[in-house]
Design a protein around this ligand. Structure first.
Ligand code: HEC
Ligand code: HEC
Ligand code: HEC
Length: 600
């Protein structure tokens, strides 16, 4: 059993004498309430055990004696933190050891944290009243990405693939709240989750003691924010910065436990000044540790080839070299002259680049898994355009077209600016493309979101008109009054859900780390068409942020960062991370990670 508190040597009882001291000490302030004062004094001094808590406490072991004079007051061992092996065991949150040896503790230790009753055998607030160990999606589903990806009645896109991030319910909410064209019903996630638990799986849910509070926290609505208890008894309470916790004045009182838990559990230490934890930061834009990109597997009628590719991949259909050998790429439309090459001709004649480039899905929720920097072998489109004699003044858009005629378009300003960064990719991580990556070729546009990187590409058509259909995807806009589906870009009315995107890699909520030893958290940041300028960390609930600049970021690759800090004491710490672009755009939903430091 892990413990967050130094245990005092002796086992000490909660005694009647202690009650006497409190009652007497308080009586002068109680004004006319003499009856109750004298009653409690009488009760305590007779030692009848009517103080039921003390008498029935399973932890009481000895009867401390009252001090003989004032100088003895407060020196009795009862005035030091109470300690009973059983008390500590009953009030210490569980630590689970995963198969890889990582220890996880989802609830902070809070023995002795209460400012008012820190020295007594009071039950853990987190465990006894909040039932924090029985709340939140992860109290029943160890891994939400697996829960969703393994649903038997719906073939959800696989959220376990690609980057090793931990899926949070906030990420479900990001994707499921407002996604015109991607999600059929807007703002309907809650009702769907209610039906899944109360109707589809009602018996299983109630047999696990599931109820409203398993997922929700209902707060008494304050004017603009709510308070967080500081962990050290006697220190002042901190007021959360509502802008950074997702808790706003207009929020419903019904919050998701997982979204507010770091602000309502006791035992989390705030650190405003990161020099106290020796914070340090490094970053690079190297290839990711994983070798293959995700696939969204659109299977609707408008995405005929995606449907086929998905099934070839699922069913293990072998790649066919003939497809590669006979594949042609044509550049046509508003160009000097139309040209067509087979892939073998291109490999023989055109320059091939071997480089690292990044892609991120336009709807990747903040902190989500759909991104990476990959080693690609590719033919630059610019070479083919040169062979075609360049594009003319009439070229208004570039249709990046798949062999089935579907296309995603780049507007003239975008393709002129980025012509040298458009790649016809034929190998990823030294291997031919997989079916689901668009075998034999996938056009990469790493200067914007992956939505424009069209698979199984066969044609580049310079058109004299600009299509209204989703050109230039660069992150997911929030719902706003000016929202529009046409025009050259979705309107930037109310900011983005996911730009700049930022998150953690290879670390789980509640990871147990060592007190006094540096711990390194890894993560990523990316801003699609914009450029990441800095990554910022807060260890005090979003009140203060420490900024680490990332000068010279190449926005066609993901930023990999590492943040190291040394937890000063046995406690829980919540690290919040957000990113900032060179244009000053700040991550809408900072990502939160609780780490629990133990000495042993
Ligand atoms: C008290 C336990 C409990 C909590 C808390 C809980 N679930 Fe569930 N959930 C269940 C049970 C039981 C099922 C039925 C299937 C099973 O046994 O896994 C289920 C099923 C699901 C399914 C459907 C799986 C399928 O195969 O159809 C999804 C999706 C899901 N939960 C998501 C969530 C999310 C998101 C949260 C947090 C907002 C959450 N659950 C919280 C117990 C819980
Ligand atoms: C990357 C975005 C994304 C994330 C993250 C995501 N979903 Fe989805 N989900 C979708 C899309 C897109 C659909 C299809 C919606 C449609 O057809 O309207 C979908 C469909 C579903 C469906 C089937 C119901 C339907 O709309 O047909 C369920 C259930 C579901 N998601 C649950 C979840 C849960 C629970 C989570 C989090 C644990 C989650 N999803 C996370 C994008 C996402
Ligand atoms: C398995 C998890 C789960 C359980 C159990 C559950 N809810 Fe929810 N509830 C959700 C999710 C998820 C949402 C959507 C939150 C969002 O979209 O931000 C939601 C949304 C809501 C909302 C809307 C809140 C808002 O801010 O708009 C209300 C009200 C609500 N639930 C009430 C209840 C009640 C009452 C119960 C018990 C009868 C209950 N819920 C049980 C998961 C759950």
């Amino acid at each position: 059993m892990q413990r967050g508190k130094t245990i005092a040597a002796a086992t000490i009882a909660v005694s009647c004498a202690f009650v006497v001291l409190l009652a007497v000490g308080c009586s002068p302030q109680r004004g006319s309430s003499t009856t109750s004062t004298s009653t409690s004094t009488a009760t305590a001094s007779t030692g009848t055990g009517l103080n039921t808590y003390a008498a029935s406490s399973p932890y009481a072991a000895d009867e401390p004696s009252a001090p003989t004079d004032a100088s003895g007051a407060g020196t009795d061992s009862q005035s030091t933190t109470y300690s009973s092996e059983k008390y500590i065991e009953d009030n210490t949150p569980k630590v689970t050891t995963l198969t890889d040896g990582t220890q996880i503790q989802l609830v902070p230790n809070d023995i002795g944290v209460s400012a008012y009753r820190g020295l007594d055998f009071m039950p853990s607030y987190n465990l006894h009243y909040l039932h924090a160990d029985k709340r939140g999606c992860n109290s029943c589903h160890a891994d939400l990405a697996q829960t969703v990806s393994n649903m038997t009645d719906y073939d959800h896109e696989d959220l376990t693939r690609c980057a090793p991030t931990q899926l949070t319910v906030q990420q479900c909410v990001d994707c499921h709240t407002w996604q015109l064209a991607y999600i059929s019903e807007q703002n309907a996630f809650g009702d769907m989750i209610h039906q899944i638990h109360y109707t589809n799986h009602g018996d299983a849910f109630t047999s696990e003691s599931g109820n409203c509070w398993s997922c929700h926290y209902v707060m008494s609505n304050g004017p603009t924010s709510f308070t967080q208890q500081s962990s050290a008894p006697g220190t002042t309470y901190a007021v959360e910065d509502s802008a950074n916790t997702g808790v706003t004045a207009s929020s419903s009182e019904w919050q998701l436990w997982d979204v507010v838990k770091h602000s309502v559990m006791r035992g989390i230490t705030d650190i405003p000044d990161q020099t106290a934890v020796n914070g340090s930061f490094t970053w690079n834009q190297d290839k990711s540790a994983w070798n293959q990109p995700w696939d969204y597997n659109w299977r609707g009628p408008g995405y005929y080839w995606d449907h086929d590719r998905y099934h070839y991949q699922e069913e293990g259909v072998p790649l066919d070299q003939k497809v590669f050998d006979n594949w042609t790429i044509t550049v046509s439309g508003c160009v000097g002259k139309e040209v067509t090459f087979t892939l073998p001709e291109l490999l023989a004649k055109a320059p091939s680049v071997d480089t690292t480039k990044g892609l991120m899905c336009t709807m990747n929720p903040t902190g989500g898994p759909f991104f990476g920097n990959f080693q690609i072998k590719a033919i630059p489109l610019s070479w083919l355009v040169e062979q075609a004699g360049g594009y003319t003044d009439q070229a208004a858009s570039l249709q990046v077209m798949a062999a089935d005629g579907s296309h995603e378009d780049l507007t003239r300003d975008v393709f002129t600016q980025n012509m040298n960064e458009i790649y016809i990719v034929y190998q990823i991580s030294g291997e031919p493309l997989r079916w689901e990556s668009g075998y034999p070729v996938w056009c990469w546009c790493p200067f914007m979101s992956a939505g424009n990187s069209w698979k199984s590409v066969s044609d580049f058509v310079f058109s004299d008109t600009a299509s209204a259909w989703l050109p230039n995807q660069n992150g997911w806009h929030k719902q706003g009054p000016e929202w529009t589906m046409d025009g050259n870009e979705r309107s930037n009315s109310d900011g983005f859900f996911n730009k700049p995107n930022v998150g953690y890699l290879n670390v789980k909520e509640g990871t147990v780390i060592k007190t006094g030893q540096p711990y390194t958290i890894n993560g990523f940041a990316h801003a699609f068409d914009l450029t990441v300028a800095a990554v910022e960390f807060s260890l005090d609930g979003g009140k203060t942020w420490t900024r680490y600049d990332t000068p010279g970021v190449d926005h066609t690759r993901i930023v990999n960062w590492s943040f190291t800090f040394t937890p000063p004491a046995d406690s829980s710490y919540v690290v919040r991370v957000r990113s900032v672009t060179t244009d000053g755009l700040v991550t809408e939903t900072p990502q939160e990670l609780m780490l629990v430091a133990h000495s042993s």
